[in-house]
Design a protein around this ligand. Structure first.
Ligand SMILES: [Zn+2]
Length: 685
């Protein structure tokens, strides 16, 4: 089998890793780990993209060298990636001698083929900073829809793309000065001569998602390809062009060359042969990119590789963007969440699993809905998967697995047969299917455990062997599921391997149950998502000034209030009760409580049985008539308000020791929660 070289796009050294970035690095990591679990040789290569005006300006503002800026950022990026278990084989930098050598080599190859020409380009120039302005450093009004404050390349409002010179009232974002038009010599690469083979290459089945291949055909490959401007005049942070003094390679020229240079560093470090990776038919190269950089990776990049004698990628995998709660990530809403901020509050496994459950083979945007994340992790990973181990492993701590795998009615075999579907789903980037198959297996395993009830059996003398048999089945089914999920949840797989004393590093291991081997002491494998921690992460992601200002209702004139105009109906339906005194009110002792468990009462149509904590050891059982409106798993972990001194009431199903406060008329219920920060046991005044 061929070896694989997989790359993720290089993050830019001017910003930290956020949850949007992680869609890419996570899915690439899952893919890579899945191939490793098939015993295939695969290298996962990445690097920081370091050059360009943005880094140069940042260094100037911070009064330090560009090298200092990019070194610090590279360390931060690598820390964040490690925190999310992204398993790069090598993480380099485009600001390296290797990258310079390869950039020079590719440039020379273009020269030799006669594909480079010089031209005078009219560009906006900042007279104060004495430099030409990249599109992102000019703002003005959109020439199409006239919206103010738009960048020099496209309009956020109407989506038009245009030339920076077309902006109305342009301003340099560096100095605020009005830019002037000035002429500069630029170097351009012509790729039109390569269009015939390039067209054929892009249209090969499986080369890239179909919709991307069609897009290239429809927008670019049906007509002559434009020359590509690959140089920038000084001052610029980058590599000087060897035969053009005063000119530098445009950041987009040497950035992807970083894939090659980083591989070279890895080969040198580990004693591998570089040519086996970038100059060999025995290696398949897979690039994973976002849909915003498709043009570059499917038109210019293949030409650069071919002209310079490198292997072309066999696959360009393209993914969509991330929205959070249905909207663009927003700093003011706190949904622009940095990876490091996420890690302060939440387990990276949650995000890996959630993203996987959303990623199909198509180039769709994915939405991070934080409530859904909590519900899925709690309902699927914790309740269905991890619970299998916590409910069975402790009964095997003394005996270990049964000496031979017990009769299980075909459950394990059924799971073993899912092997091929799981492998195929990973191979086709359909990670959502992996999670669906795994959850279906988990459902069947849980049905088995619910029937077998080892926790009840264990109390009956003489049933010891049955307990061991039932738990050996349950724990093996758990292990099988975790093997299938291991590329998505590497930490869980590691912990499971430690618990069971057997590695989970091959999918093949899912075909053979463990028997006669010891079982370790159960340690918590995964905690439930706590909604307050999610909220804390969001709160802390908001700009400082908005977190310290209390949220005030919007003034009546803004359109947003019209959208939430409240009806008079509730008050009309249920008029306000007779006046009470403050003494009357204080008789009612309302407390903050945390729901620690919730379950449906099977015999009661309306009731959920809740166990709530009032802090420390104080627990209450409360029956609440909200079964029709809430799933039990969605309530666990929530802070609520209870009436704590209500006389206990004996019900058919048990003693109810309080009441959970909820709003709503007949046919609806909205459970009340305090703002985040409230603690169980606190009194409501
Ligand atoms: Zn516009």
């Amino acid at each position: 089998m061929k070896r694989l070289l997989v790359t993720a796009a290089l993050p830019y050294a001017n910003g930290h890793i956020h949850l949007g970035h992680l869609v890419e690095y996570t899915q690439t990591d899952i893919f890579v780990r899945a191939w490793r679990m098939r015993g295939r040789e695969v290298a996962y290569i990445c690097a920081d993209d370091t050059h360009g005006t943005a880094v140069m300006m940042r260094a100037r503002q911070e009064k330090r060298s560009e090298e200092a800026v990019i070194e610090e950022m590279s360390a931060a990026h690598q820390r964040d990636f490690a925190g999310f278990s992204i398993s790069f084989d090598h993480y380099g930098s485009t600001h390296s001698p290797e990258n310079k050598a390869f950039a020079d080599h590719i440039w020379k190859s273009f020269r030799e083929r006669g594909l480079i020409r010089s031209a005078s380009v009219r560009q906006l120039f900042d007279p104060v900073e004495k430099m030409f302005l990249a599109d992102r450093f000019v703002k003005g009004s959109c020439p199409v829809c006239k919206s103010p404050d738009q960048y020099g390349d496209n309009c956020d409002k109407c989506g038009s793309t245009y030339d920076a010179t077309e902006l109305i009232d342009p301003k340099s974002t560096l100095s605020g000065a009005k830019p002037e038009l000035a002429e500069a010599e630029h170097h351009l690469v012509s790729i039109e001569s390569e269009r015939p083979w390039l067209t054929e290459w892009t249209q090969v089945e499986g080369r890239m998602p179909k919709e991307i291949a069609n897009y290239l055909m429809g927008f670019f490959l049906g007509k002559p390809l434009l020359d590509w401007d690959v140089s920038r005049p000084a001052p610029y942070f980058g590599f000087p062009i060897p035969d053009a003094p005063g000119h530098f390679f445009y950041v987009w020229f040497d950035a992807p060359i970083g894939y090659i240079a980083s591989t070279k560093q890895w080969c040198d470090r580990t004693g591998r042969r570089f040519d086996d990776y970038w100059r060999s038919e025995e290696t398949e190269i897979v690039h994973v990119i976002g849909k915003d950089i498709v043009k570059f990776h499917t038109l210019f990049w293949p030409v650069m590789l071919k002209v310079a004698g490198f292997t072309l990628p066999s696959r360009v995998q393209v993914h969509g963007f991330l929205t959070v709660n249905g909207e663009k990530m927003s700093k003011s809403k706190g949904t622009f969440v940095l990876g490091s901020k996420y890690l302060e509050h939440l387990d990276p496994a949650y995000l890996r699993y959630y993203y996987a459950s959303k990623l199909g083979p198509k180039v769709d945007d994915i939405d991070l809905n934080l409530e859904e994340l909590a519900a899925r992790v709690n309902g699927e990973l914790v309740n269905k998967v991890v619970n299998l181990a916590s409910r069975s492993s402790r009964f095997l701590a003394k005996t270990g697995f049964a000496a031979s795998y017990p009769e299980d009615g075909g459950l394990f075999d059924e799971g073993a047969r899912a092997h091929d579907e799981i492998v195929a789903a990973y191979e086709s980037w359909d990670f959502a299917r992996v999670t669906r198959v795994a959850m279906a297996l988990a459902d069947r395993a849980n049905e088995f455990v619910d029937r077998a009830q080892p926790w009840a059996l264990v109390k009956t003398p003489g049933k010891e062997a049955e307990v061991v048999a039932a738990c050996s089945i349950a724990l093996n089914l758990f292990r099988q599921i975790v093997i299938y999920l291991a590329p998505i949840l590497p930490k869980l797989a590691e912990d499971c391997a430690a618990l069971l004393g057997a590695p989970l590093d091959r999918f093949e291991a899912a075909k053979k149950p463990l028997a006669g081997t010891p079982v370790g002491t159960y340690q918590h494998l995964m905690k439930r998502v706590e909604p307050e921690k999610v909220q804390k992460m969001i709160d802390e992601s908001k700009p400082a000034e908005t977190t310290t200002t209390p949220t005030l209702p919007a003034p009546a004139s803004t359109p947003s209030t019209a959208a939430v105009e409240d009806s008079g109906e509730p008050l009309a339906k249920e008029p306000i009760a007779a006046t009470c005194t403050i003494d009357d009110f204080t008789k009612v002792d309302l407390r903050v409580a945390r729901i620690v468990s919730a379950e449906a009462v099977p015999e009661a149509k309306k009731l959920l049985k809740l166990t709530v904590s009032l802090g420390g050891e104080a627990r209450r059982t409360v029956f609440a008539g909200i079964k029709a409106y809430y799933k039990p798993e969605d309530l666990v972990g929530r802070l609520v308000i209870i009436c704590a001194n209500l006389a206990p009431r004996q019900m058919k199903f048990g003693l109810s020791e309080g009441m959970v406060l909820a709003a709503g008329a007949e046919g609806e219920a909205f459970v009340l929660s305090p703002d985040s920060g409230a603690k169980p046991g606190q009194r409501v005044h």
